[in-house]
Design a protein around this ligand. Structure first.
Ligand SMILES: *Cc1c(COP(=O)(O)O)cnc(C)c1O
Length: 395
C-alpha cells in the first residue's frame, strides 16, 4: 500500500485511450467510444480475479457501502452492527441510509469479534458491516455462522484488505456483499472509485440501478430505459476506471511485494520481547498492507510511538488517538452532528452515542500501533528501518 507508488506508463496508456479515442461516460454513447469500456472491463476483471458472479464499479468506497446497504434492503430504522475501529465512512453510510449503527467490540484481529457481534444483536438487527481493518481479516467462519443463525446480512468492507483471502476465499466474497475503495491512497487506486461485489443477482441489480438514478441498463437507448427503483448518481467516470484497469493488473504484484516487505520487518521484530502481533486468522491470506503490533501497556505504547517517530520510522499509526479511525475521538458521531436533521432522530429505540462504551476495544487499541508497508522500499531501506526500530525500542 499504496498502489500509486507503482504508477507508470500502463496507467497513462489506459487514460490516453479514453481521452483520445473514447468517451468519459461509462454507459451508452456507442458511436463515440470506439469500443472502449473501461468500467465494464474492470468489472469483468474483478469478477475473474475474485471468483465472484457480479461486480459493480462506482464512485467511491463510501458510495459502495451506501449502495451495498440499499441493495441489500437495509434502510430506515434497521440496526447495522459496526466496529469502533474503522474509517468513519463505515458509520456515516449507515446513518445516511436512515439506519441505526450499533457498535460491537473488536478482538486482537482488530476486527469485530464473534462474541462482540453476538452481544450487539437485537431483534432489530438487519446487518453487520464487518470491516477487515489494516490488511487482514476477522474470524470469518464464526462470524458467518452467527449471521446465518440470526438471519443477518453479512457485509464485508474490504477497502483496506483487497487482495487478502480467508481459507482460499477472497475477502469481500465470503458474506452476502463486499465493498472495495479505490481512492488515492488504497492498495490499488482509480484516483477516486470503489466497487460492490456479490454472488446475489438481486443485490447486484439493485446496486447498479441505485448508483444511476434507478436506470435498469437494459438495451442501448438510455432515454428509453425504465427505472424500477429510485437512486442517486454514484457513477464512476471512464477516466477513473481506466486508471483502475491498469492498477488491478498490478494487484498480485503489489500483494507479493507487501508480503515480502512485511515479513522482513515482522521477523526482525519477533525477537523484541515486549512486542506481540495482531492475530491473523489465516496468515496465508494476509494482504500485508500493514504490520500491526501490540505492547503490554498504554504508557509504553505512547512512549514507543514517540520513539519510533524520533528514530525516523515513519508511517506508524497510533489509532487510539487518531480522530479518523477510532470511536473514542469521534465527537461529531457521538453527538450525531450533521448539516440537517437526520432520519435517526425519528427512531425511538436508538443508542445514546455520547454514552457508548467499548472497553475491550479500548484496551486493545490503546496498545496497538500499525506500520504502513510501502511498495517502494529498497532492500537497504528496509534494513535501515529494522535497525531504527531496534534502536527505538532500546532507547
Ligand atoms: C477508505 C475506506 C473507506 C471509504 O472509501 P472512499 O473511497 O475513500 O470513500 C471505507 N471503509 C474503509 C475501511 C476504508 O479504509
Amino acid at each position: 500500500m499504496p498502489g500509486f507508488e507503482l504508477f507508470g506508463p500502463e496507467e497513462q496508456q489506459e487514460v490516453k485511450e479514453v481521452m483520445e479515442q473514447g468517451f468519459t461516460f461509462r454507459y451508452n454513447f456507442d458511436a463515440m467510444r470506439n469500443d472502449h469500456w473501461k468500467a465494464r472491463d474492470m468489472e469483468q476483471m474483478l469478477c475473474e480475479k475474485f471468483d465472484v458472479k457480479h461486480a459493480h464499479l462506482l464512485s467511491s468506497g463510501t458510495a459502495a457501502l451506501q449502495t451495498a446497504l440499499a441493495a441489500s434492503g437495509i434502510g430506515a430504522g434497521d440496526e447495522v452492527i459496526v466496529p469502533p475501529f474503522t474509517f468513519v465512512a463505515s458509520v456515516e453510510a449507515v446513518v445516511m441510509a436512515g439506519a441505526v449503527p450499533v457498535f460491537a467490540e473488536i478482538d486482537e484481529t482488530l476486527c469485530i469479534s464473534p462474541e462482540g457481534l453476538k452481544a450487539a444483536i437485537t431483534p432489530r438487527t438487519k446487518a453487520v458491516n464487518l470491516v477487515h481493518m489494516c490488511g487482514s481479516m476477522a474470524k470469518m467462519d464464526e462470524i458467518r455462522a452467527i449471521c446465518e443463525e440470526y438471519n443477518i446480512v453479512l457485509m464485508e468492507d474490504a477497502c483496506q484488505a483487497i487482495g487478502g483471502s480467508y481459507k482460499g476465499k477472497m475477502l469481500g466474497t465470503i458474506g452476502d456483499v463486499g465493498c472495495f475503495s479505490f481512492d488515492s491512497v488504497k492498495t490499488i487506486t482509480c484516483g477516486e472509485g470503489g466497487a460492490v461485489i456479490t454472488n446475489n443477482p438481486e443485490i447486484y441489480n439493485h446496486a447498479h440501478m441505485f448508483t444511476d438514478h434507478g436506470h435498469d441498463h437494459v438495451g442501448n437507448d438510455r432515454g428509453a430505459e425504465s427505472h424500477p427503483i429510485m437512486g442517486l448518481n454514484f457513477r464512476i467516470s471512464e477516466m477513473n476506471a481506466a486508471v483502475g484497469v491498469a492498477q488491478l493488473r498490478k494487484l498480485d504484484k503489489i500483494v507479493e511485494i507487501q508480503r515480502r516487505n512485511k515479513k522482513l520487518i515482522k521477523d526482525a521484530m519477533a525477537s523484541i520481547e515486549e512486542v506481540s502481533f495482531r492475530e491473523i486468522p489465516d496468515e496465508a491470506g494476509d494482504s500485508a498492507g500493514f504490520l500491526s503490533f501490540m505492547l503490554p501497556s498504554e504508557t509504553r505504547t505512547v512512549e514507543i510511538n514517540k520513539k519510533l517517530a524520533e528514530h525516523g520510522v515513519d508511517g506508524c499509526f497510533y489509532w487510539y488517538v487518531n480522530n479518523w479511525h477510532y470511536l473514542k475521538n469521534w465527537d461529531h458521531i457521538k453527538q450525531m452532528k450533521s448539516a440537517a436533521k437526520l432520519p435517526i432522530e425519528l427512531v425511538q429505540e436508538r443508542p445514546d452515542y455520547s454514552q457508548v462504551q467499548t472497553p475491550k476495544s479500548d484496551d486493545i487499541m490503546s496498545r496497538t500501533i500499525s506500520m504502513l508497508i510501502k511498495l517502494s522500499w529498497s532492500e537497504e531501506e528496509i534494513q535501515q528501518r529494522i535497525e531504527n526500530i531496534k534502536k527505538a525500542f532500546a532507547a
